[in-house]
Design a protein around this ligand. Structure first.
Ligand code: GUN
Length: 294
């Protein structure tokens, strides 16, 4: 079997088109959705993510501003900026791009964002609401994974879904989402991680594999069941002299081999990546809609 390639670029474009329409309707009611991005320092990957967020916002009509602070800013200066944005009615969503410079307390900064403006859904209030099945915001990358599954006709309901990786940004929130008795979820979920004795044992049984370990080629063809659906969340930079940048992006899945066994698979790039930014815009528009009372 050669897998169907699930194009995140295409699914993201479809969702952005729907969002642009919602934004138009909100603007007609006098509300322009606004997103504030705080970037501290000059980390090249962070700059490229922030640029993608600004571009996506422009595409759907969301007002976006990036607040750039120097790498040697004090933690107080960043806290002050976030506090200011909390009170600024132009912005319905705020995010502080991670990672922050080493000497800063990431938790303290992200927890300062008001939960109702926390479009990353990193605040403990939003994490807790997600776990009890009453989310105000779905976290962006896990929500992107959910949309890729449902919109490609691979609804997780009743399926055995194995998540590889237990990060706070992907593995754990995805576990909390997929286990809910809710649309686009209702799966039987196992999370495997570096402490799992025999990872392959679980992955081999999975109807749906979500790879989010941050390690190239972690998921091999031998580990995947015939006809499984494989979503690759990994974004790994590996050196490549043939590229102008000196690197290329690969996921966590051995794509070439696994696509010969899977029913459907996402590529890297062009899979989960474009979805993350899109779901951030979805959250920003939801936050704005709440202030518009719709
Ligand atoms: N850095 C890498 N991914 C993310 C994300 O989803 N949100 C923020 N704020 N920073 C990130």
């Amino acid at each position: 079997m050669t897998a169907e390639i699930i194009s995140g670029t295409q699914v993201a474009a479809d969702i952005r088109q729907e969002l642009a329409q919602e934004v138009k309707e909100l603007k007609a009611k006098g509300v322009t959705p606004g997103l504030a991005v705080v970037l501290v320092g000059e980390d090249p990957a962070s700059i490229s993510y922030v640029t993608a967020k600004a571009k996506g916002a422009e595409e759907v009509g969301v007002h976006e501003e990036t607040f750039r602070l120097p790498a040697d800013s004090t933690e107080d200066a960043v806290l002050k900026k976030v506090a200011e944005l909390n009170q600024d009615p132009r912005f319905h969503g705020i995010l502080v791009q991670l990672p922050l410079p080493k000497d800063m307390d990431e938790k303290k900064l992200t927890y300062t964002i008001l939960p109702e403006k926390d479009v990353d859904a990193f605040h403990p209030v939003n994490v807790g609401k997600l776990l009890i099945g009453e989310p105000d915001f779905l976290p962006c990358t896990p929500h992107g994974v959910m949309q890729l599954l449902t919109r490609s006709g691979n609804d997780p309901s009743g399926k055995y879904l194995v998540i590889v990786g237990r990060s706070n940004i992907v593995g754990k929130p995805l576990m909390a989402m997929m286990v809910q008795k809710a649309k686009g979820a209702n799966a039987t979920v196992t999370v495997v991680h570096t402490g799992t004795a025999d990872m392959a044992h679980y992955v081999k049984e999975a109807d749906i594999v979500i790879a989010a370990a941050g390690r190239p080629n972690m998921v091999t063809a031998e580990m995947v069941k015939d006809g499984a659906v494989v979503i690759d969340v990994g974004v790994n930079r590996i050196p490549d002299d043939t590229k102008k940048s000196g690197f290329r992006l690969v996921g966590d899945v051995d794509f070439e081999a696994v696509k010969e066994k899977a029913k459907a698979i996402t590529p890297v790039p062009g899979g989960v990546g474009p979805m993350t930014v899109t779901m951030l815009l979805v959250n920003t528009v939801r936050a704005a809609a709440r202030t518009a009372g719709s």
